[in-house]
Design a protein around this ligand. Structure first.
Ligand code: 13P
Length: 252
């Protein structure tokens, strides 16, 4: 088994305009030398994927989508974007099952799994998001909830996918689990994957997401089993995001 190459991904969510694509060039300039050791990914809104991929051509930054249709084939699905279309626009990855989609769009584990499978069929690497709510953590249900989400949302055919552990309550605020708690959940996720996919589970990268910024990223990256981060707000500006990337132990 080769060592897992860290992946640090930025999820721009519903932020960004064409003018913000300049951040990609700036990011490539500062983080380029670390690219051999760390994969850097930006997932802009869908309408910016093609120009972002153009902006990133020949540079060390990869581009991804934030969601895709569960339908692998072209279909009469108004408003949806297939994984094949994302790939055609220049994406290499796609986030599926982000908690904002699970909550706001009532996405189920089964739908998330279908999306992950459609992504793999289109040659993309899905980043499958899981994570408990505040109430679930308070009720001591973290292992149960995250274990269930991993089992039911991971693509059935296995293969290349990434898991992002994003506790819902840690997103968009200032609080994160303790380093020990992050380590516990990452270990639980890898154990769950091993039950499903055997030795292949050692190759799956597991990212942490939720209030990662330049101040706390370095210590989070030292937690065993953390293979990178999925970053929201702090990925919008190249200065913040590059500080996170250059703070990874592999960057030096
Ligand atoms: P923040 O980094 O803004 O907390 O968002 C995390 C997230 O949801 C990334 O997908």
């Amino acid at each position: 088994m080769g060592a897992r190459k860290p992946l640090i991904a930025g999820n721009w969510k519903m932020f960004g305009r064409n003018a913000d694509l300049a951040e990609i060039g700036a990011l490539a300039e500062t983080t380029g030398p670390a690219a051999a050791k760390i994969e850097v990914l930006i997932c802009p809104p869908a309408v910016l994927i093609a120009p972002a991929a153009w902006q990133a051509r020949g540079k060390s930054i990869l581009i991804g989508g934030q969601d895709c249709s569960p339908s692998a084939a072209d279909a009469a699905r108004t408003g949806e974007i297939s994984a094949a279309m994302l790939a055609d626009a220049g994406a290499r990855y796609v986030i599926v099952g982000h908690s904002e989609r699970r909550q706001n769009h009532k996405e189920t584990d089964d739908l998330v799994r279908q999306k992950a499978e459609a992504a793999i069929a289109a040659g993309l690497t899905p980043i499958v998001c899981v994570g408990e709510t505040q109430a679930e953590r308070a009720a001591g249900q973290v292992a149960e909830v995250v274990g269930r989400q991993v089992k039911a949302s991971a693509p059935g055919q296995g293969g290349a996918f990434v898991v992002a552990y994003e506790p819902v309550w840690a997103i968009g605020g200032n609080s994160t689990p303790t380093l020990a708690e992050i380590g516990e959940v990452h270990a639980l996720i890898r154990e769950t994957l091993a039950g499903q996919f055997g030795a292949q589970a050692n190759e799956t990268r597991i990212l942490y997401g939720g209030s990662v910024g330049p101040k706390n990223a370095g210590e989070i990256f030292t937690v065993p089993g953390v293979d990178g981060a999925l970053v929201g707000r702090a990925s919008l500006k190249a200065s913040d995001f590059s500080a996170i990337i250059l703070g990874h132990p592999a960057a030096v």
